[in-house]
Write a protein that binds this ligand. Structure first.
Ligand code: NAD
Length: 289
């Protein structure tokens, strides 16, 4: 297929390279010349405008920083410029309302569109092992699935338009809250005189077990290898966790949902980022406890 890829940063760069490896013809656009140079090295054809990149394509994939940019790029340069009937796949993490708004505008102009945010970081983007959670009609999902499968290990239909973004922010709100709960639990265990490896051995087999503990332990030297063993570098930046928690808070407000633990997690990550630690892995929040 001919696929335009817009936004070839940390995540999009590797994803576009995997589309090329799968045999697709990829036309790339990014505002950053460095991103375009890397895209060219990875076999993409590069273009100076979005309009040129989407000319003659079967599908458009985007991996952009936020909802305002997704709205602006699709509104100004993709809808009405890409060939009629083309499929749009926005893989960025954005708010549910903007995802639905852009899809509605695309459908009104004769396109199909899915929101398809990802779980998995830069390593998974490079390695083609992302998990995609997809919102859209059955027809749009059926068309999107083989394209997404070239970039990931799992492609799950979450529901109608916006459901992919809803699943993403609900998952990450749970992750943020469970990470903080795991961090404070280890600190309490330590202060109560428990050996942390022993506590891990117990809790990882007891009812406190959770992913933040057993797959991504915030304590160095305990559990499997994680960013904690690497000075809290790499992994999933606290600033990105904060972005997702803010999206979750907006979504909760919009449907009048009570999320006291999510609110607390958002406040703690906000304070952590404001102290200049936004670039550290999100498990580094243990240092503040
Ligand atoms: P990034 O900043 O590295 O990449 C974004 C790219 O978009 C940049 O290259 C930038 O130049 C480009 N861009 C910005 N505005 C543009 C425009 N108007 N037109 C064309 N290109 C434009 O960010 P990233 O880490 O790749 O994240 C992208 C998305 O993926 C975000 O929505 C993020 O929340 C989500 N995400 C990131 C991770 C992660 O671990 N980095 C994990 C899951 C989801």
């Amino acid at each position: 297929m001919k696929i335009a890829f817009i936004g070839l940063g940390n995540m999009g760069g590797g994803m576009a390279a995997n589309l090329v490896k799968a045999g697709h013809e990829v036309s790339a656009f990014d505002l950053s010349p460095e991103a375009l140079t890397r895209a060219e090295e990875n076999g993409c054809a590069v273009f100076g405008t979005v309009q040129e990149a989407v000319t003659g394509v079967d599908a458009v994939v985007s991996m952009l920083p936020n909802g305002a940019i997704v709205d602006a790029v699709y509104g100004a340069d993709v809808i009405g410029q890409a060939p009629q009937g083309a499929l749009f796949l926005d893989c960025s993490t954005i708010d549910v309302d903007t995802a639905r708004k852009v899809t509605t505008a695309a459908e009104a102009a004769g396109y199909a569109m899915v929101d398809a945010p990802v779980s998995g970081g830069i390593a998974a983007a490079n390695g083609g092992t992302l998990t995609f959670m997809v919102g859209g009609t059955d027809d749009a999902f059926a068309r999107a699935e083989p394209i997404l499968a070239a970039m990931g290990k799992a492609v799950i239909h979450a529901g109608t338009s916006g459901a992919g973004q809803a699943a993403k922010i609900c998952n990450n709100m749970l992750l943020g809250a469970s990470m903080i709960a795991t961090c404070e639990t280890f600190r309490l265990a330590e202060k109560l005189g428990l050996d942390l490896q022993t506590f891990y051995d117990i809790s990882s087999k007891a009812s406190g077990q959770n992913w933040s503990m057993t797959s991504y332990c915030p304590v160095p030297g305990v559990g499997p290898q994680s960013p904690a063993d690497n000075g809290y570098q790499g992994g999933f930046a606290a600033a990105l966790m904060l972005k997702d928690l803010k999206l979750a808070m907006e979504a909760a407000d919009s449907v009048d949902a009570e999320v006291p633990m999510g609110e607390k997690a958002a406040a703690l990550y906000e304070a952590f980022a404001q102290n200049g630690s936004g670039g550290m892995d999100f498990s580094a929040i243990i240092k503040t406890l």
